[in-house]
Design a protein around this ligand. Structure first.
Ligand code: PRT
Ligand code: MG
Length: 213
């Protein structure tokens, strides 16, 4: 049995066409079913549904053989995984944003400390350190956009895709940190033990990604 870890929402939705191109139909819609283990048209392949940030943990500890996770989640903290393929799905960027009218460039130039709220404390610390900007990081788990509006922080580091969330909250993107897409990750032990079927699946994914680009 091959177990693939996916998260509900955009990663599941964007993975479906790739799975289909690889000859795999998922047998249930996670938005309608409450099941956490879903069968596929391949009797030897199943999907487990986990939180986006739990995908690396499942794959690392062998709860799944492979999984799909955003580069943001992988770089923020994961180890013991093979990052085998850029699936080019769930694309967005990790950026710095501030309240409209806040003088970000001036604050950075003056060398003043910047209060930054984010879920991505590790990536944010790395980024500002590389620029020599002094920051106080405030860890949040969601609704980052609220932080600059309430005075909790001067800036946020968050994912942006269309930009409409920032706009709706009177925030502006001032600097892009990196482009993000989702990656196929594999458990190294599984790759040894189930080499043939996993290799075939990874190759099928790769062909599907190439065919779409
Ligand atoms: O929701 P949950 O807490 O379970 O986990 P999650 O938020 O990590 O999961 P999910 O499904 O929302 O995101 C999974 C992955 O999708 C992320 O790890 C990213 O790699 C990728 N992705 C792509 C995004 C976005 N685009 C995105 N726009 N993840 C989140 N967003 C959010 C962003 O945080 C902001 O709140 O959407 C909002 C901005 O969108 P725009 O279009 O208004 O700019
Ligand atoms: Mg979310």
């Amino acid at each position: 049995m091959i177990t693939l870890a996916l998260s509900k929402g955009r990663i599941f939705d964007d993975s479906l066409p790739l799975l289909r191109a690889a000859g795999i139909e998922v047998l249930e819609d996670p938005e309608k079913s409450r099941k956490l283990i879903i069968g596929t048209s391949r009797p030897d392949v199943r999907v487990v549904l986990v939180r986006a940030s739990d995908v690396p943990t499942y794959v690392q500890h062998g709860g799944a053989d492979l999984g799909v996770a955003g580069l943001d989640v992988l770089l923020e903290g994961s180890e013991g995984l093979y990052r085998v393929l850029d699936l080019n799905i769930a694309r967005c960027r990790l950026s710095v944003a501030v309240r409209e009218g806040f003088d970000y460039a001036g604050t950075v130039k003056q060398g003043s400390r910047l209060k930054v709220a984010t879920k991505y404390t590790h990536l944010a610390r790395q980024f500002f350190a590389s620029k020599g900007v002094h920051v106080d990081l405030i860890k949040l788990y969601g609704s980052m956009e609220l932080a600059p509006l309430t005075g909790l922080a001067d800036a946020i580091v968050d994912l942006v895709s269309t930009g409409s969330t920032l706009k709706a909250n009177h925030l502006v993107e001032v600097e892009k940190i990196m482009d993000i897409s989702s990656r196929l990750v594999v458990n190294p032990a599984a790759l040894k033990l189930k080499r043939e079927p996993l290799r075939a699946l990874i190759d099928a994914f790769e062909a599907a990604v190439k065919a779409r680009s």
